[in-house]
Design a protein around this ligand. Structure first.
Ligand code: ASP
Ligand code: MG
Length: 456
């Protein structure tokens, strides 16, 4: 069994859909195909919803353009004798979309639940088109088998129920099965939900794990994981093989290749992931597995570098802040209870500070929570201040063997110093598979270039 996921750019144009058709129809194995919405459509669906709810009537033209795009693609990719049927399957979905837009335009409001229904239509439509394009394919409605539950104000996968439903519906053929990624429904209310932006990868991982697939193939528009973001570092190169942990570290720090939660379900079952390029199906891509071959790596210790922007640094200062174990425990506790995730932790006992990086959009809430949690220490000045600095970035140098590299942190620090990039914080050996830094957002490109140049 193989699970294949095709992202938006893979299903975004008739040309790339022809490649998808060729790839799936030439498989020898049983396969489940998970697809995103047509490239760029999710953004479009959201932007149009915002317009409609803000009283801008041009939402009608936007809607019409989206409808035409789907019909044009059907004409191109679905065999002529089926296309009529495909149009008849898409029509009610477009009607639903139009009614949702008209509704929010009328009430001049955009409730979250309604937006979730609107965005779901992207994958609901693309999955039908892809099914009808592929000979013998069977469509399965993701809303029936991918279930979520509430976790604070987020919807998260209800994994046990979802696993059971996947098995019940997909364990037996006929294959290939095609289903939409990203979309789901609430396990109690049945309301339409989703797994978060970029969540199609995660859908595919849940399916691969539940079915004990031999491999999860993520088909995208790049040749695999690269040693750095190629838009910034022109001579970044493809990583042939890497470990699950390395891929998780790179993704957590901003590599956009896969949605970070994707890795857990397959990692847990030791199912390898292969990243492949739909536009160059013969390229080998990147293989992510438990024991990657590392002999041919350009650097023995480091597999790649990535950066995450829009970060803030929260620093607590005072003599209590030097008790880093205790302070870290309490900090993680209170943040995780609200679903907030710090990315990188740095303590400096000699300066009596404890700091961590977190997404900008979570930072103010984090400071509020910490001020509550540490109110007694603030009162007696065991902690003097809790301060926040935004406009920052986290930079991670990743590799499973980093721990055995002599004086690596010093070397990385001096590379950044030579490039005149101020380091605002540095990991406190929190993970032995990455060394990470907090720097100013404006320095990110230079930092990536300097590090990549020195390392590879
Ligand atoms: N279509 C969704 C998005 O754009 C999910 C995905 O493509 O993974 O976020
Ligand atoms: Mg994606």
């Amino acid at each position: 069994m193989i699970v294949l996921k095709f992202g938006g750019t893979s299903v975004g144009t008739s040309e790339s859909l022809y490649n998808v058709k060729k790839i799936v129809e030439s498989l020898d194995d049983d396969a489940v195909v998970v697809v995103s919405a047509l490239g760029g459509l999710t953004d479009r669906l959201i932007a149009t919803a915002k317009k409609a709810s803000a009283g801008d009537k041009s939402y009608i033209e936007d809607f019409e353009a989206m409808a035409v795009r789907h019909y044009d693609i059907i004409n191109d990719v679905v065999a002529a004798d089926c296309a009529q049927l495909t149009r008849a399957r898409i029509e009610p979905l477009l009607l639903e979309l139009k009614q949702l837009y008209d509704g929010i335009s009328l009430i001049a409001d955009l409730p979250e639940r309604t937006l979730a229904r609107i965005v779901s239509l992207g994958e609901r439509m693309s999955s039908i088109i892809v099914t009808d394009m592929i000979a013998g394919a069977r469509h399965v409605n993701s809303l029936d088998i991918i279930k979520t539950e509430k976790y604070f104000d987020k919807n998260i996968a209800a994994t046990e129920l979802t696993e059971r439903l996947i098995r019940e519906n997909l364990n037996d053929g006929p294959y290939p099965v095609v289903m939409g990624g990203f979309i789901s429904s609430d396990k109690d209310t049945g309301e339409v939900t989703n797994l978060g932006r970029g969540g199609s990868d995660y859908t595919a991982a849940l399916v691969a794990a539940a079915l004990n697939a031999d491999v999860l193939q993520i088909w995208t528009d790049v040749d695999g994981f690269l040693t750095a973001d190629p838009r910034i570092v022109k001579d970044a190169c493809v990583i042939d093989e890497m470990s699950f942990v390395e891929s998780m570290d790179l993704c957590t720090f901003g590599a956009k290749v896969i949605y970070p939660p994707t890795i857990y379900p397959v990692f847990h079952k030791n199912i390898p992931i292969r990243i492949l390029n739909t536009h160059r199906p013969d390229a080998p891509g990147t293989l992510i597995s438990e024991h990657p071959a590392v002999e041919n790596r350009p650097n023995k210790y480091i597999v790649g570098i990535s950066a995450i922007k829009d970060e803030a640094l929260i620093t607590m200062r005072g003599h209590y802040a030097s008790d880093s174990k205790e302070i870290a425990g309490r900090t993680f506790n209170v943040l995780s209870l609200k679903g907030l995730t710090p990315h990188l932790v740095a303590g400096d006992n000699s300066l009596n500070t404890f700091s961590f990086a977190i997404a900008n959009k979570e930072a103010s809430q984090a400071v509020r929570l910490l001020k509550e949690e540490f109110a007694p220490e603030l009162l007696e000045a065991a902690i003097e201040v809790i301060e926040m600095k935004s406009g920052l970035a986290g930079l991670a140098v990743v590799g499973d063997n980093l721990k055995s590299a002599p004086a690596m942190t010093d070397r990385l620090v001096s590379i950044l110093e030579d490039a005149e990039i101020p380091i605002l914080a540095l990991t406190d050996k929190a993970s032995e598979t990455n060394t990470s830094f907090v720097i100013s957002e404006v320095d990110v490109n230079n930092a990536l270039l300097a590090l990549h140049d020195a390392i590879f």
